[in-house]
Design a protein around this ligand. Structure first.
Ligand code: DQA
Length: 145
């Protein structure tokens, strides 16, 4: 089983980008947190600013036994194409956000990902990813926990 951790646009600038909202840790720090939290499970950690590339990676994740942790970033609020790609998956999806979009501007309240997610973690900064990985492990190995 593989834990795919896919990150949407602008998350490559984590640490520099609106640090009062997203904090000072970089995406490399977040990746390290995910890899540590996953233990011996394999993590495929990626980021793209391009909707189509994210969709290609979602198609790649269509493997039995895998799980997808997705921070769709801005595309979560806008992308029907991303939703359609997610609908082709049979593997579970954990939606993950650094901030809590529900506590922010109205246009962030709508998520095209949430209706197809097994669950959502948001608002805890990089710790959201640690929690999302814990959830992913539980979804991969339900009997162990
Ligand atoms: C985000 C929240 C989104 O509203 C925003 O567009 C992002 C990051 C988060 O992780 O808090 O780019 O997904």
């Amino acid at each position: 089983p593989v834990i795919y951790v896919l990150n949407g646009p602008n998350l490559n600038l984590l640490g520099e980008r609106e640090p009062e909202i997203y904090g000072h840790e970089t995406l490399a720090d977040v990746q390290a947190i995910c890899e540590r939290a996953a233990g011996d499970a394999r993590v495929v950690f990626r980021q793209s600013n391009h909707e189509g590339e994210l969709i290609d990676w979602i198609h790649e994740a269509r493997r039995d036994g895998s799980v997808l942790v997705l921070n769709p970033a801005g595309y979560g609020h806008t992308s029907v194409a991303l939703l359609d790609a997610l609908k082709t998956l049979t593997i579970p999806i954990v939606e993950c956000h650094l901030s809590n979009p529900a506590a922010r501007e109205r246009f962030r309240h709508r998520s095209y990902v949430s209706p197809v997610a097994a669950g959502i973690v948001s608002g805890f900064g990089p710790f959201s990813y640690e929690l999302a990985i814990q959830a992913a492990l539980r979804l991969i190995r339900p009997s162990r926990e």
